[in-house]
Design a protein around this ligand. Sequence first.
Ligand SMILES: O=C(O)C(=O)C[C@H](O)[C@H](O)CO
Length: 306
Amino acid sequence: MSVSDLLAIGEPLVELNQANDAAPFVQGFGGDTSNAMIAAARLGADAAYFTAIGADRFGHALTELWLREGVDASRVVINGGAHTGLYFVTHGTDGHQFSYLRAGSAASRIGESDLPVDRIKATQILHVSGVSQAISSSAADAVFAAIDIAHEAGRLVSYDPNLRLKLWPLRRARAVIHEAMRSCDIALPGLDDARELAGLTDPDAIADFYLRLGARLVVVKLGKAGALAATASRRERIAPRAVAAVDATGAGDCFDGAFLGEFVRTADPFAAARFANVAAALSTLGYGAVAPLPRRAEVEAALAGG
Ligand SMILES: O=C(O)C(=O)C[C@H](O)[C@H](O)CO
């Protein structure tokens, strides 16, 4: 089997996004790790996704989405006894809010024995998140096992904490996420998540915390304030890209996918972080987690424009 760029494991969701109280819900797609792989594929990476979906209309729609986007979903499990997850996005004065209908979903029933072991071994970077582990204990254990499989094969593992307190309590989230991140190579925390999980607000202190925990490379996503990329020997603050954002849903996932794809392509984490910073900003220009994900030419044009 040839080695491909990226494989993520997690839960995809069908999204119903309402721009304001008077607007209709617009159907799109979400799921942090799926969003990240679609972002990576749109930007030219060879990206794959592993999950389980129901044998229902939503599962079918997701399968068609991955096919359209060029994400390899050939190992996705179809579970006829469970449903595909769903979430609603609404927007208020303090940004977007998520409501989930995902308990008992097909993805939450994934266990260690379902893992596509050969595929994990044949991928340069395995990407997982706090959401991948929050959805059930069996999924959390499967992610721990996947991390071990990737490492035994000499592959890199990337982790985005993506803390979702509607899915699990903070103490358990912190224990599981940080236990997993101890053995991850690339940490992609957002500022708000790091504040809750590590009790830190200073980007440099957050980078130091995750480097000490075990990562070799940390990119702290600062939202409207840009990003900080750090290794043990070098760090770079990346200035924000000013855009007329309407919906930041999935912007962090876009950052992850763009960063990982570009890091595989160039092996330069700082250039990859600059590229991802622009891609993530562009992804906030439309509603939904997937529809506004940018293409490579748009990111390159924005980078060239300064
Ligand atoms: O919150 C989640 O669990 C999701 O995966 C839904 C969204 O698409 C995702 O959070 C956006 O980052």
